[in-house]
Ligand binder design. Structure first.
Ligand SMILES: [Zn+2]
Length: 256
C-alpha cells in the first residue's frame, strides 16, 4: 500500500496537480501523556498540525505544551463535547430540540474568546463540530460568530448554508469497529482513493485532511502517522499545510 501511495503522488506530480495535505487531531482538552507525545511527534518531523480543542475541558498542562510547540495550531471543537442529542443513533453537542439556540451561540462565542486569548496567532478561527454534527439552525447562525470556515468530514466546498468547509477525508480510526488505530491498509486506502479521484478531476485543487485522535490511536497509530509524514514530505508535489485564510469566492487561500 505504501508503494501505491507513492505511485499516485508521482502520477499527480507528473500531471502538474499539486497535493496539499493537512493534519487535524481532535479532542484536545484534559491532559494525558498522548498530548505531549503528539506535540513532540509533530515538532520532531517539523510539520504543522491543527488541534481541535474543546474550550471548557482545556487544562494548564495541555495549554502550556501546545503553546510551547513550534508546529501546533488550534481550531475550536464545540464548547464541552457533551452529547446532548435527543435522537437515537446520532451524537451531537448542538441539538435544536435539546438546547436553546442563544445558549449554543453564547457557549461557542465564549469558547472562541477563550481560545483566542490562550493561543493568540496559533488560533485559526475554524469551527470543528463534535461528531461532525451540528443543528442546521445553529449552522446558519454560525456566520455571526465570524468563523472563517467549518472543518468536518467529507468533500471540501460550500455546504447547504453556503458556509465553506475544509474537511478531513482520511480517518485513521475505524469507529465502527473500535476507537483504536484501524491499521495501515485502512488508513492508506482512504488516502489513495482521494489521490485517485484527483487524477480524474480537471483543475482539481487537492486538499486532503487527515484525522487522528491522540487519545485512542495507540502506539501503532503514532508510528503510522510518523511514517506517513516522513514518506510524503520528501515527495515532489506534496505540501503539508495549515488551511487558513479568507474565502475568496471559490477557494481558500492556503498558507503553509
Ligand atoms: Zn471530538
Amino acid at each position: 500500500m505504501w508503494r501505491e501511495l507513492e505511485k499516485y503522488i508521482e502520477m499527480l506530480y507528473r500531471m502538474q496537480k499539486p497535493i496539499k495535505i493537512w493534519f487535524r487531531d481532535d479532542d484536545l482538552g484534559f491532559y494525558i501523556p498522548e498530548v505531549k507525545k503528539m506535540v513532540n511527534l509533530f515538532d520532531k518531523v517539523e510539520v504543522p498540525i491543527v488541534y481541535s480543542a474543546i474550550p471548557s475541558l482545556l487544562v494548564n498542562e495541555t495549554i502550556d505544551i501546545v503553546r510551547s510547540s513550534k508546529t501546533a495550531f488550534v481550531a475550536q471543537h464545540g464548547w464541552n463535547h457533551r452529547n446532548n442529542s435527543l435522537k437515537a443513533g446520532v451524537k451531537t453537542e448542538f441539538d435544536d430540540d435539546a438546547c436553546e439556540l442563544s445558549i449554543m451561540i453564547n457557549n461557542i462565542n465564549q469558547g472562541k474568546k477563550k481560545l483566542q486569548d490562550l493561543f493568540g496567532p496559533k488560533y485559526l478561527n475554524v469551527f470543528v463540530p463534535p461528531w461532525h454534527e451540528m443543528s442546521p439552525k445553529l449552522e446558519q447562525e454560525i456566520y455571526k460568530c465570524r468563523f472563517h470556515y467549518i472543518s468536518s468530514w467529507g468533500p471540501n466546498g460550500r455546504n447547504d448554508n453556503n458556509f465553506y468547509e475544509i474537511n478531513t477525508q482520511v480517518d485513521i480510526i475505524d469507529w465502527s469497529i473500535s476507537d483504536k488505530f484501524a491499521g495501515e491498509n485502512y488508513a492508506l486506502s482512504q488516502l489513495v482513493s482521494e489521490l485517485q479521484e484527483g487524477l480524474t478531476k480537471e483543475n482539481s485543487r487537492l486538499c486532503i485532511g487527515i484525522l487522528s485522535h491522540h487519545r485512542t490511536m495507540g502506539t501503532e497509530g503514532f508510528e503510522f502517522v510518523e511514517r506517513l509524514i516522513n514518506t510524503i514530505k520528501i515527495l515532489p508535489g506534496v505540501e503539508i499545510i495549515i488551511p487558513k485564510g479568507e474565502v475568496d469566492g471559490k477557494s481558500i487561500i492556503y498558507d503553509s
